[in-house]
Ligand binder design. Sequence first.
Ligand SMILES: NC(=O)c1ccc[n+]([C@@H]2O[C@H](COP(=O)([O-])OP(=O)(O)OC[C@H]3O[C@@H](n4cnc5c(N)ncnc54)[C@H](O)[C@@H]3O)[C@@H](O)[C@H]2O)c1
Length: 280
Amino acid sequence: MRVTVLGAGTMGNGIAHVFAQHGHDVTLVDLNEAALERGLATVAKNLDRQVAKGTLSDDDKAATLARLAASTDLAASVQQAELVVEAVSERTEVKAEIFKTLDAHAPAACILASNTSSISITWIAAQTKRPEQVIGMHFFNPVPVMKLVEVVRGLATSDETYATVKALSEELGKTPVEVNDAPGFVSNRVLMPMINEAVFCVHEGVATPEAVDEVMRLGMAHPMGPLQLADFIGLDVCLSILNVLHTEFGDPKYRPCPLLKQMVTAGRLGRKSGQGFYAY
Ligand SMILES: NC(=O)c1ccc[n+]([C@@H]2O[C@H](COP(=O)([O-])OP(=O)(O)OC[C@H]3O[C@@H](n4cnc5c(N)ncnc54)[C@H](O)[C@@H]3O)[C@@H](O)[C@H]2O)c1
């Protein structure tokens, strides 16, 4: 299949990697030339890691890279696409503009998928004249490693589009799970309140971050405590998803903890800024 992946950041380069490794012709697109170069370098580095581990041959690595092209021209890169997976920054106005452009330039049969974590698939689909071909394909970080694809059906997503994306996800070695469009889907609707509650425990002096994480690791067999995970995801990302849940449901149970807001205001965003609940 000819696949265009939009956004060469954390998720986009991983998505491009997985499609190319499984035999698809991929064009990776980013507005920013430097981001595109970084994305391609990350794919090469991660393929090297697979070769070093013995899970990929040198020939398969070369073939994967040969199937991967790069572009900064969105309209031109989707002219031949059969599937587009959008993984650009999580901003509604950016997604709206992109899906209008995609609708204008991608072939009529092309499926338009979004990797959004929190924006409504029904709303994204409504930006196009082909809402039955718009779907959520929610991958998890790091994409080459994580097995789940949350496949999100918008109100208008057709059975045919769903069946194609489900089969494709399986072909990529992933496990697709069908979910209907609702704020946070299932993954973030369950995860973010747990992270928020962990932050409240620290905020109220119930326990230290280390103690909260140890309880969840040892008592619930979570591989990573919720605060360590929040640092890994980015505290700004957690806050913005909680704000979406809070606004969309209008239920105070989703209100972000004041400590989380304060840490984001202070620039303590977790691993990426060097400081979150832990120092990096
Ligand atoms: N990071 C995660 O753990 C994670 C997990 C699941 C889903 N997501 C979702 O994936 C998407 C991407 O997240 P990310 O963490 O990879 O972001 P990122 O900031 O690492 O990368 C986004 C990329 O999009 C590019 N971009 C911005 N506007 C563009 C445009 N108009 N055209 C082309 N490229 C453009 C940026 O230059 C950047 O390289 C978001 O919707 C996010 O909610 C993220």
